[in-house]
Design a protein around this ligand. Sequence first.
Ligand SMILES: Cc1ncc(COP(=O)(O)O)c(C=O)c1O
Length: 310
Amino acid sequence: LHYPDPDCVALRQALAKRWHLSPDRFAIGNGSSELIYLLPYALSLRHAVVVGPTFSEYERAVVAAGGRVTHIHATRRAQYQPSVEHILGAVQRGGRTIDALFLCNPNSPTGQVLEAASVLHIARRASAQGIWVIVDETFVEYCEEVTVLPQVARLPRLLVLRSLTKFYALPGLRIGYLAGAQDIIAALRGKQPPWSVNALAQEAACVALHDRRHVRQSLAFMRQERQRLVLALQALPGLTVFPSAANFLLVELPRSSRAGHCVQALRRQGLLIRDCSSVAGLNERTIRVAVRTPAQNRRVVATLQQWLAR
Ligand SMILES: Cc1ncc(COP(=O)(O)O)c(C=O)c1O
């Protein structure tokens, strides 16, 4: 009988090599979700700012650990592109009460992306105020040029989350990682249950990290297919498609439509799209559509077209 390696040594060494950082700058999690839930404890967070509209688990994790959250939302008028000035203003106004900032880049479910220089500008200013900056890069493989992960070596308050769930299509294995300062990584690992990352996930992650062919093929496919899907959706009457750097598109249905009705109608046809009307900061007409195979994308477009013409 073999237990998994509780310290994930091989994977942490592989990550160290990949990023030219020491292995003790990495914590491995049972999905990045486990790390999101451990961070508020490891950092003793009391009050975090979350840049939205975004993934709901940051708030749930902070609240579960007894903290509270302030949201700052990018606006629809700005196509949900976060404003660096707005973020810095909120951080400054919060003063000493704020101890962390959560930023998802590229963001889910909006697909918006901030340049690395902007993220680093925010991280430097926040760090100077003693604020932790947690950048969730779960979808960043689709636009790797914006990653700030290597900068954890220079900014001790910067923490970067990664996942193998999305780009490597391994949601069921549960594997993700966190990069940051050694003391915080050690504190977080100290709070983690033993063997929380299974042996198959550790092994698969080591293999995935070396799979350059998957990276090339997947990126080439995504660029082409996403653009094709954008054009096809934009051609449907009344749909607004927001720019996306990830493997999904945020779409707004015509006025008087309801995302919930659309999602139900597509589900009856065997198509699962995401109702985003409950995401704080998005309106009741917003859905998220994944970029899938050309045939599946054509089906989604055709079914949406029928629904719009109902
Ligand atoms: C933005 C974002 N971060 C993190 C996660 C968690 O991913 P996992 O726990 O599978 O690594 C998700 C999953 O949906 C996500 O959308």
